[in-house]
Write a new protein. Structure first.
Lengths: 490, 1523
């Protein structure tokens, strides 16, 4: 019953973000709440497609046309019901997901896609604090979930609702994984996480924080004490530039070090930024062009950086989809301008760090960069500097945001007799079970660093597999298989 | 070594593979000649035979030209002749019965048959007087007919009662008893004796003969001593070529032209009635004569048998006929109340035997004919001054002196024409009916007997009414129990409750058929709707609502043969869907003891779910036992209910419950004692209601759907209050049901009830045999185990502890109509759409292979039947790829689907055309004409031009500029339905090519109004062939059980190409139930067609094409192996052009510029011909690879090699295991080729146009005016069409200057006189004409006036037949006299003046001017959306005011009208016109203008815009889109 002509009547519109000068003075989210009529108008643009590619583009299989239609009609409650049916944490994904759904939106073929992500977060906001929905009966089966990121939490919630006794182990001092200390508050204020955790607790999930499985607690013992174990420890081993001359100079850090430190301060867990990681007054160079880099950028500005430069290996992407390279509905390589980019800083494309230059006192003073070309040969990336293009960039603080190389949960894996792949991930069978009986894996630890929606999807699917493994009645929803990949040309 | 069979193989009528003789159809021409005063003469016989010969073109021949489908004649017993030729004494005339007997040819068999005869003659007290060997001259019989020729002898017998010799009717009753028993027993013993007739009054000579052969085969008929006052003749056109002598007409009382659509239900109900049959007139216990309807006999034969029984039991023949074929009395306010009471009373006794039927009948004294309520068969009569009366399917079958013809007329819908030779007069329809109606006080009986549902008291306490709990959880649980999905609420129930109509969808269906779906499906989904195509027409229940009825009476029936006041003690149900309140009234019907005859009992249809299938089986046994008990105890209404499920008890599917009880009662012969009302939780769609009623329910209470809708409305999910929502929903179900009935051409719910017009796909034959007896189920499928598993899965969802359901997810999302990840499988999903688009746009064959392998594996997972086949490699040695025919030759076999310009944009339409023209394949114009700019551009034109029921844009110019012509009989997405293009989609450029008005909606009727039966199709093919002799003519059919037989008929009708479409084909707009539930997969239809054509030796003369969701090279190869030579694609090339399966074609909002006319959206079209070329070249490449692997060098080699297909060893999921596809792979044993090998056999030689063209040489050369004069006969069909084609080919669409060619003809013109005649050609006919005058008239001028010698007043008599000016786009027609039904149907531009029209005049007209200077029939202007009709002395009650207003003639129109009448007078010498002109202008006040409202509105806008100097098109569309 969608309005078939909505997309012809309204252009895509997003609510205005908070003004830059105001927002960079605090750590609060950059989006103010959107008015009802704007969201409803935007939902009306949804064409209720015969094949909703968005619904496929989303690993969770969010029933986007259905809740768009409900929002159009103003039935926020029913929309929330439909949204929660496939997505455990829309308040997170609505803020953090880069929205492959929008890339796949059919409107995107020839005009701006529906503001799916905005509609999603508005539904989640209006749904209010989620009430616990505990399972009706208890199975008496015990499941340990290692890691409290989105994959672990999604699995924990699904399993608890199915009546299992679930304990989540988190090595940090508070649950949430990357959501807790990896993502800055200006993207996700932590009360959302806390509220969700309270719901999970209400559904019977127990949390053991400060327990580093593999270090504080033997993974083998954990397995012995539970009927099943899910490993969802993420892929936190940051990629480094160890071979680059000058890497050992002070002032060069992995992005995560910077983000976690900053977030802990904002969370009140620490007083003042550690001087080595504080961007205040410094010329900051961020190496890398992705989401993490953008997070560092936003943090650096809020810390009061003197300048921020972001280096990207690749040339400047086009503003719009290159149809030959990335035909619709695949995820396009385009210039992504995040709110952090609006706040300042310079983006330099097609350059690579040739060396870090010290100030003579053991601290970095500059980075030497060269323009490069990037090619791919036999699946390997070949970066070739363009002769004569080397130059220096002033840098007091260098943050390396060039990706992740897989899990850092080595000890736990060793205790379970598991090994990691070349990519640093943990393999599993079609039932999400690793080589160790009753030990399952999900999320980035399995897939490698990926999107939050993939993490939740894997968490849900692994929960379904664990439920089946435990002989549970019925079936839990499993939106993805371990081998699932986004629609792509390869 | 097997012994060689030297005998020529005789094709048998046995069931084999997918062929089943039960689906044979026939149609025909008939005639009778009678002497009004009863004077017997041989002239009558000779005239009968002469008339028969002139109906030759209505019959057909088999594979051999000298084997006819059947011909016969019924005469009064020629006593004097027989007396002379037999060598034994005969009693006085009338005191002996005689008749031909078809006996076995083997002597021993014959002897045994005769023994049986002697036994029963003795038992019945009859005396065999003697035998006569009937002389025959079989020399010119075809081999097939000869091989099947029985031994033909003639029997004479007499009988006595109380010492007196019986005579006439009394003797006939004894003969009947003998005959019935002999036929049954000899049939059972395998020595069948068949009696064409056995009567003291009439005798029938017939056989598997051509009309010419009848007289020569039986010398008796040529003997001048054979004299009769009545000769009733019939020429048969059957859809097969199997030898059958008994199937020729006439039967004992009737000759029938048409079909009985409701035959299955009629047979069932007759069987059910047998227990109560009793007659004091027919001697002895009737049970020995049962069954009434001979099993395996044709519909006509069964009709004859029932008619015979009713007649012999005491009703006059006219009475019995009217009982079986009542006119449409239900909605006729003008009918005489006594006649209405007569019909209403008889409706309590018997449901109509619904046509399309014209039946001629005779008992030897009266001879008459009747048309059914729809009037879809032609019939014309005339009387001479010498009291000779002739009635025939056509005018002109006897050459009579025009001066001797004193009266002429036509058969009219629901009316009877009767000649009483004893009384020596023609009895009028009114008189017959008035007399019958006065025979009993029917109205008094009805007043005493009938109770209306609304008059039943509301129950004192709400017994059985559900406590309205408002408990949403309970509602959800019950919804889960019955498998409701979110999608159903969103797409079906919600819209029905909101709008009161079933929602419309678009594109085809690409989900698995039920037995292949991994999801639990409702039992309803296993039954596919059948529909009418070719051999009978669907009807338009909206525009022709007056012939329909949703009301029926329920209650116990009595003895059919001796009715009385008690026979109508019944309850009138006005509507087949009842709400909870009405159900409560029914349940409480005898609560206060007022209606003792009417106890209602509710039967609980639950079973213990843990008992599984055995639980259902034993519950059904228990239920049947219980049902018999309560009937015994006096229950007369059974409410079959699935309420009250619990954690332990699950509902038996309502359909199974209903069908099981229905069949049980039919078997027990108590079915007519009770009515079945179904209280159903699972019933929610219109299809569900239709299936329940089709399997015996009288009414359905879909309580859970009603409750769900109330809940939706109460919670604000619907914009209407609960009571309105429920009312809308019930209305939508009823309207939807009517539409489903109409697809089969069934008009009344009482005929639909129990008619079982469904095909089971995916049900186990044992299950079907037991519970759905008589339903076709050809590929096996699930039994009770499967049904239980599906119920249990739903039950577990409702009551189980499935944790997944607890959190959030209330109902299954569905995903049938719109793709959902956790919903039903679709072959086109995001991945396959993406891969296909990318492969063809980036020209990467590897990506294409990824696409095909993904689709093929989805197909193997259940996406399609063909997915279950394995291609058997290694049977033949593989062939190197480079030896296989090149892709460039394979692509020539590809075509794109018929998508009209209008349904898709110019950009999309031309993209496909250009691609196909470059490849040498064929694109299809669809129904909507073609821009002249494209017609002459070899790159942009559509090679195939479609002719569909709307005939939009079908001009002569369109037809001559075509490589192929395609007649669309049905369309996969909505077989049996018409279409509608809403005004907002008729953009100016669309209006121009369709010859319509911008902004005004267009309607395509469900049937072709010139094709109501197979011989009509042959006529249209003949018309088209005349216009364009070089084009191949296609006939497009949709797969359903019996399509093979229809295809055989089409081959005999001389089509070149038969296209079999799958049920899954696409559409721009179709009701959702049709998309999902009508028709069958093409694999079944194609295999059946191939097998039937092979068995009939017809395969070599036609090309078989297939379409329906073909997507991959594998699909093409499977189709080839099953027998198709050519392959059509629609959805896939659209996707290649950018379609993303939005399924919004019907909304004009296609966001990729394909299915839209909106310029803003069209600008978004990104398709290119190259992409489409890539697609077909890739596809051909893949076909090559398959061929190489299978060991074929070309597609031709592979065609029909079904033995290279194998059924997957194990279908790998629980539901598919019961499937047995082996019948699809059957290859009939025949040495004939498996594909087309012979050149087309055309029959244009006899066309008068050859002479006309020769005579028109100068005009054709350079436009020099020419005058031609000729005589014409009814056998000269399509006069002017070939000439018109020639003119158009040479001079284009504008034709020649007016009157360049003037042809004057004398006589009776055959059908389609003046069809497709273009401007510059004038045909003047002195005499009269048959049906389809001016069909597709494209600018020419036709004038018809009576022969100058005719003595009668022209304006009071018929001058031309039915369906005149069908699809005319321009030109003029003047008829001095009256014309038949459906005058100017779908006229979009011609101007016509006539002096009276039949029913449904100006139906669906969209343009032009019609002047009627005489009476009109009923339902005038139905669906008329354009043009204006001026009617003199209009009776407003006869106008269908749905779309039109009645207005005085406006000042500007007055001039136009006068001008037209003057021209009419000038051309025809019309007396009426002269009188009117003499009284002008006073006379103009007596005219009424019939003007379509929308047309008037748009014309005014146009005029205003023109006056203001604004762009007319813009002004119109702005207004229309706004309004």
């Amino acid at each position: 019953m969608a309005d078939p002509t909505g997309f012809l009547k309204y252009p895509r519109r997003l609510p205005p973000r908070r003004p830059v000068p105001v927002r960079i003075r605090d750590w609060r989210e950059v989006y103010p709440p959107a008015p009802d009529d704007l969201v409803r108008e935007q939902a009306t643009r949804c064409m209720d497609c015969g094949i909703p590619f968005c619904h496929d583009g989303c690993p969770l299989g969010n029933r986007i046309p259905d809740w768009n239609d409900l929002v159009r009609g103003g039935d926020w409650e029913a929309a929330a019901e439909v949204l929660h049916a496939t997505n455990n944490f829309p308040e997170f994904t609505g803020r953090l997901c880069p929205a492959p759904c929008e890339a796949a939106c059919v409107l995107g073929i020839n005009q701006a896609p529906v503001t799916i992500k905005q509609v999603e977060v508005e539904i989640a906001n209006r749904a209010g604090p989620p009430a616990p929905r505990p399972g009706r009966s208890r199975t008496g089966r015990r499941v340990a979930v290692v890691g409290s990121g989105p994959a672990g939490l999604a699995a924990a919630q699904q399993l608890a609702r199915a009546g299992h006794e679930v304990t989540v182990y988190e090595r940090d001092d508070a649950p949430g994984g990357l959501l807790r200390y990896g993502i800055p508050d200006f993207k996700l204020e932590k009360h959302h996480v806390d509220r969700r955790l309270a719901q999970l607790r209400g559904e019977g999930v127990r949390f053991e924080t400060g327990v580093h499985v593999g270090v504080d607690l033997s993974a083998a013992r954990l397995r012995a004490e539970h009927d099943a174990v899910l490993l969802a420890c993420g892929a936190l081993r940051g990629r480094d530039l160890t071979a680059t001359p000058g890497r050992s100079l002070a002032g060069i850090h992995l992005a995560m070090e910077h983000l976690v430190a900053a977030n802990r301060v904002v969370a009140g867990k620490a007083h003042g930024f550690p001087p080595s990681l504080d961007a205040a007054g410094r010329h900051v160079v961020i190496v890398g062009g992705g989401d993490t880099a953008a997070d560092c950028l936003g943090v650096a500005h809020r810390q009061g950086a003197a300048s921020v430069t972001q280096l990207d290996l690749y040339p400047r992407p086009p503003e719009e989809r290159d149809l030959d390279r990335d035909p619709w509905p695949t995820w396009p390589w385009i210039l992504r301008t995040y709110p952090a980019h609006e706040e300042g800083g310079e983006r330099v494309f097609a350059v690579a760090v040739q060396a870090f230059v010290g100030d003579g006192a053991g601290r970095v003073r500059a980075v030497r960069i060269a323009e490069v070309t990037v090619a791919r040969r036999d699946g390997r990336r070949l970066v070739t500097p363009v002769p004569g293009t080397e130059r220096e960039l002033r840098a007091d603080l260098v943050l390396l945001a060039i990706g992740f190389e897989g899990t850092d949960a080595g000890p736990a894996l060793a205790q379970l007799g598991l090994s990691v792949t070349d990519r640093g991930t943990v393999d599993c069978g079609p039932d999400w079970q690793t080589g160790a009986d009753g030990v399952f894996v999900a999320g980035d630890m399995h897939r490698g660093a990926s999107l939050i929606v993939w993490a939740i999807a894997e968490g849900r699917a692994a929960a379904a597999a664990i439920h089946a493994y435990l002989g549970g009645e019925g079936r839990l929803p499993a939106p993805v298989t371990p081998a699932a990949r986004p629609l792509a040309l390869r | 070594m097997a012994s060689a069979n030297l005998q020529p193989r005789r094709p048998s009528r046995r069931r084999q593979g997918l062929y089943d003789p039960a689906y044979e159809h026939d149609a025909c021409g008939f005639a009778f000649v009678a002497d009004l005063r009863g004077r017997r003469s041989h002239d009558i016989v000779a005239n009968g035979l002469a008339a028969l010969r002139r109906l030759d073109h209505r019959g057909a021949r088999g594979a051999e030209p000298d084997t006819g489908d059947g011909a016969g004649i019924l005469l009064q017993v020629p006593d004097a002749f027989y007396r002379e030729v037999v060598d034994f004494p005969l009693p006085p005339s009338g005191e002996y019965a005689t008749g031909l007997v078809f006996l076995p040819t083997a002597e021993a068999d014959e002897a045994r048959a005769v023994q049986v005869l002697q036994k029963y003659a003795q038992a019945e007290g009859a005396e065999i007087l003697g035998w006569r060997d009937v002389p025959v001259e079989p020399d010119d019989l075809g081999a097939t007919a000869e091989a099947a020729r029985p031994r033909i002898r003639q029997l004479f017998l007499s009988a006595h009662r109380d010492g007196a010799r019986l005579a006439g009717l009394d003797l006939d009753r004894v003969a009947f008893c003998v005959r019935k028993q002999v036929e049954r027993e000899t049939r059972e013993r395998g020595v069948a004796a068949y009696f064409p007739s056995l009567s003291a009054r009439t005798v029938v000579y017939k056989g598997m003969l051509t009309p010419q052969q009848l007289g020569s085969f039986y010398p008796d008929l040529r003997d001048p001593r054979v004299r009769s006052a009545i000769a009733l003749v019939h020429s048969r056109f059957s859809t097969n070529t199997f030898p059958s002598w008994p199937l020729a007409h006439p039967y004992r009382f009737v000759a029938h032209n048409g079909e009985i659509n409701t035959i299955r239900g009629n047979r069932n109900w007759m069987a059910a009635r047998e227990a109560l049959l009793n007659s004091h007139l027919i001697p002895g216990d009737l049970r020995r004569l049962l069954p009434v309807c001979t099993p395996g006999a044709s519909d006509s034969a069964n009709f004859d048998e029932v008619l015979e029984l009713l007649h012999l039991a005491g009703r006059s023949l006219p009475h019995a006929v009217l009982m079986m074929i009542p006119e449409a009395w239900e909605n006729d306010p003008d009918m005489d109340p006594a006649v209405r009471a007569f019909y209403r009373f008889h409706a309590c006794l018997m449901e109509p035997w619904d046509g399309p039927a014209a039946v001629a009948f005779s008992d030897g004294t009266v001879v008459g004919a009747v048309l059914d309520r729809n009037g879809l068969r032609p019939g014309r009569w005339w009387r001479t001054s010498d009291d000779l009366v002739v009635l025939a399917s056509e005018a002109g079958v006897l050459d009579l002196d025009p001066a001797s013809v004193v009266a002429k007329g036509r058969l009219r819908p629901g009316r009877m024409f009767l000649v009483d030779t004893a009384a020596g007069r023609i009895v009028s329809d009114e008189e017959i009916k008035a007399e019958l109606a006065a025979a009993h006080p029917y109205q008094e009986w009805l007043d005493a007997g009938l109770t209306h549902l609304a008059d039943l008291p509301a129950p004192a306490h709400v017994g059985g009414r559900p406590a309205r709990r408002g408990d949403a959880e309970s509602l959800v649980r019950r919804q889960q129990m019955f498998g409701y999905t979110e999608e159903e609420f969103k797409l079906l129930l919600g819209p029905m409750a909101r709008d009161g109509a079933e929602p419309v969808g678009s594109m085809g269906t690409d989900t698995p058929i039920s037995p292949l779906s991994r999801r639990p499906r409702l039992l309803y989904d296993y039954l596919h709707q059948l529909f009418a195509q070719v051999t009978n027409p669907p009807l338009d229940a909206i525009r022709e609502e007056l012939v329909t009825s949703l009301s029926m009476t329920i209650g116990p029936e009595g003895n059919l043969l001796e009715p009385g006041p008690a026979s109508c003690r019944q309850i009138v149900l006005p509507y087949p869907v009842i709400d909870n309140d009405e159900l409560a009234r029914i349940l409480a019907i005898n609560e206060d003891g007022d209606r003792p005859g009417f106890r209602a009992v509710r039967i609980c249809g639950l079973y213990r779910v843990r008992d599984g299938a055995a639980g259902i089986r034993s519950r059904l046994v228990e239920i049947c036992r219980r049902v018999s008990e309560v009937i015994e105890e006096g229950a007369r209404i059974l409410v079959l209910s699935d309420r009250g499920a619990t954690a332990d008890l699950a509902p038996i599917p309502s359909l199974l419950l209903t069908a099981a009880v229905h069949q049980h009662l039919v078997r027990e012969q108590t079915r007519t004692q009770v009515a079945l009302v179904v209280e159903s939780g699972d019933c929610r769609e219109v299809h569900h209601v239709a299936v329940l009623i089709g399997y015996g329910a009288a009414a359905v209470n879909p309580y859970l759907a009603l409750e769900s809708i109330e809940h939706m409305a109460a919670t604000g999910a619907l914009p209407v209050p609960p009571a309105t929502a429920v009312r809308n929903y019930v209305t939508a179900l009823g309207k939807g049901l009517l539409k489903i009935m109409s697809k089969m051409g069934i008009s009344t719910v009482s005929s639909y009830c129990g008619a079982q017009v469904f095909e089971a796909i995916g049900l186990d034959p044992t299950l079907v045999e037991r519970y759905f007896t008589g339903t076709a189920s050809r590929i096996g499928g699930i039994g009770l185990e499967g049904i239980h598993a599906e119920v249990a899965a739903r039950h577990a969802r409702a009551y189980g502890a499935d944790p997944g359901e607890r959190a959030h997810r209330r109902l299954d999302p569905g995903g049938e109509y719109q793709w959902r990840r956790d919903g039903e499988l679709h072959l086109f999903n995001p991945e396959t759409v993406f891969l296909l688009q990318h492969a063809t746009r980036s020209r990467q064959y590897e990506v294409f292979r990824r696409y095909t392998s993904t689709v093929d594996s989805l197909a193997a997972a259940g996406g399609s039947l063909r997915g279950l086949f394995q291609l058997r490699e290694g049977v033949r040695p593989p062939v190197p790829l480079d030896e296989v025919e090149p892709a460039s030759s394979i692509v020539r076999r590809f075509s794109t689907g018929a998508m009209s310009y209008g349904s898709i944009s110019a950009e999309a339409h031309e993209t496909l055309a250009i691609a196909m023209n470059r490849l040498g394949g064929r694109s299809n114009s669809g129904e909507g004409g073609e821009d002249p700019d494209r017609l002459y551009d070899p790159m942009r034109r559509s090679a195939v031009k479609q002719i569909a029921s709307g005939r939009f844009g079908v001009t002569t110019e369109y037809l001559v500029n075509a490589t192929d012509l395609q007649i669309k009989m049905a369309q996969g997405a909505k077989p049996g339905e018409g279409g509608q293009l809403p005004g907002a989609k008729v953009w100016p450029w669309i209006a121009r090519t369709r010859h319509a008005t911008p902004g005004v909606g267009l309607i395509s009727p469900p049937p072709h109004h010139d094709i109501y039966s197979i011989e009509d199709l042959a006529q249209l093919i003949y018309d088209l062939r005349n216009v364009n002799p070089t084009a191949r003519v296609h006939v497009k059919l949709v797969a359903e059980v019996g399509v093979g037989t229809v295809a055989a008929g089409v081959a005999k009708a001389k089509a070149d190409v038969i296209l079999i479409s799958g049920h899954d084909g696409g559409t721009g707009a179709s009701p959702l139930n049709s998309l999902k539930h009508a028709g069958a997969p093409w694999e079944l239809g194609l295999a059946e067609t191939q097998q039937t054509l092979l068995r009939n030796n017809l395969r070599d003369r036609v090309t078989v094409q297939v379409d329906g969701q073909l997507k991959t090279g594998r699909d093409v190869v499977v189709a080839a192996l099953l027998g198709a030579e050519e392959y059509g694609f629609a959805t896939a090339p659209l996707i290649v052009s950018g379609c993303v399966m939005m399924r919004v074609c019907h909304l004009d909002t296609c966001p990729v510029g394909i299915a839209t006319q909106n310029p803003e959206l069209r600008a978004r079209f990104t398709g290119k011909p190259e992409f489409v070329e890539n697609f077909f070249l890739f596809l051909a490449e893949e076909v090559r690879e398959w061929l190489a692997r299978l060991g074929f060098r070309s597609l031709d080699e592979a065609i029909g090699h079904a033995e290279l297909l194998d059924v997957r060893p194990a279908v790998d999921h629980w539901k598919g295991r019961g499937l047995d596809l082996s019948a699809l792979l059957h290859v009939p044993e025949t040495s004939g080729p498996r594909r087309r090998t012979s050149a087309p056999r055309h029959d244009l030689d006899g066309a008068l146009d050859h002479e006309l063209i020769a005579a028109c040489g100068p005009a054709l050369a350079d436009g020099t005016p020419v005058r031609v004069r000729r005589a014409v006969r009814n056998e000269h069909r399509s006069v002017g069409a070939m000439l018109g084609g020639e003119v158009t080919r040479r001079f284009g669409g504008k034709g020649l200057p007016d009157d360049t060619i003037e042809v004057t003809l004398h006589g009776t013109a055959g059908q389609s006189f003046g069809a497709f005649v273009p401007a510059g050609v004038t045909l003047r006919l002195y005499g009269d004409a048959n049906d389809y005058v001016g069909k597709g008239l494209s600018g020419g001028r036709l004038v018809i006036r009576p022969d100058p010698a005719a003595p009668f007043a022209a304006e009071e008599h018929i001058i031309a037949g039915n369906t005149i000016l069908y699809g005319a786009t321009g030109g003029e027609l003047y008829c001095r006299g009256r014309v038949g039904e459906r005058f100017a149907v779908r006229n979009s531009g011609a101007v016509a003046v006539v002096e009276g029209v039949g029913d449904h005049g100006c139906e669906y007209m969209t343009g032009g001017r019609v002047v009627v200077l005489g009476p009109i029939g009923r339902n005038f202007a139905a669906g008329m959306s354009g043009g204006v009709a001026f009617v003199w002395r209009l009776d407003p009650a006869l106008v269908n005011r749905g779309l039109v207003d009645l207005e005085p003639v406006s000042p500007s129109e007055r001039l136009e009208l006068r001008d037209l009448i003057e021209r009419h007078h000038e051309e025809t010498g019309s007396v009426v016109a002269a009188r009117l002109l003499a009284r002008w202008p006073a006379a103009v006040e007596e005219f009424t203008a019939v003007v379509p409202r929308e047309y008037r509105r748009v014309t005014k806008i146009m005029q205003a815009a023109e006056a203001a100097g604004r762009d007319v098109d813009t002004a119109v569309m702005a207004e229309v889109l706004q309004g």
